[in-house]
Design a binder for this molecule. Structure first.
Ligand code: FES
Length: 143
């Protein structure tokens, strides 16, 4: 009898743990951002290998410890990329992205992947940086 009780207790613990893990993964996926790529800054530029874009992914998040905000690097097509500073233009809080849009959880502003305002209170587009694709390398010009 004790063995059965111990078995049930162990099984239930495993089930609850598994369910909690699945729930956590689902929550993470629902607010997932793109792949985060750590980068170096050299001569006011950041270079990212084109191979960082995984199959079917339309954007990556570029991170550097010297930058206050991440940069969202959006693939417009095979030869064109757009770099957006992930700083909300309302009150400067960080913005996040999902598969549909860029959003600010602070007061609800939303932006499209060109940085244009989709929903106020922000009224100004996200800051953009010039980019260049050459030899399988994307260069982001910070100045
Ligand atoms: S700081 Fe982003 S909506 Fe207010």
């Amino acid at each position: 009898m004790m063995q059965r009780r111990k078995f049930l207790k162990t099984s239930c613990t495993v089930c609850v743990g598994t369910l909690a893990g699945i729930t956590a993964i689902s929550l993470l996926e629902s607010c997932a951002t793109g792949k985060i790529v750590k980068s170096e800054i050299s001569n006011d530029t950041i270079t990212i290998a084109l191979s960082e874009f995984e199959q079917g992914k339309s954007y990556i998040i570029v991170r550097n410890s010297n930058l206050t905000y991440d940069i969202l690097l959006n693939k417009i097509n095979e030869t064109s990329y757009k770099a957006l500073l992930m700083q909300c233009t309302h009150y400067d809080n960080p913005v996040f992205a999902n598969s549909k849009e860029i959003f600010c959880p602070s007061h609800g502003s939303k932006f499209d992947f060109n940085g244009n305002v989709k929903q106020e209170p922000a009224t100004t587009s996200l800051k953009t940086y010039k980019t260049e694709l050459k030899d399988q390398i994307i260069t982001i010009f910070l100045k």
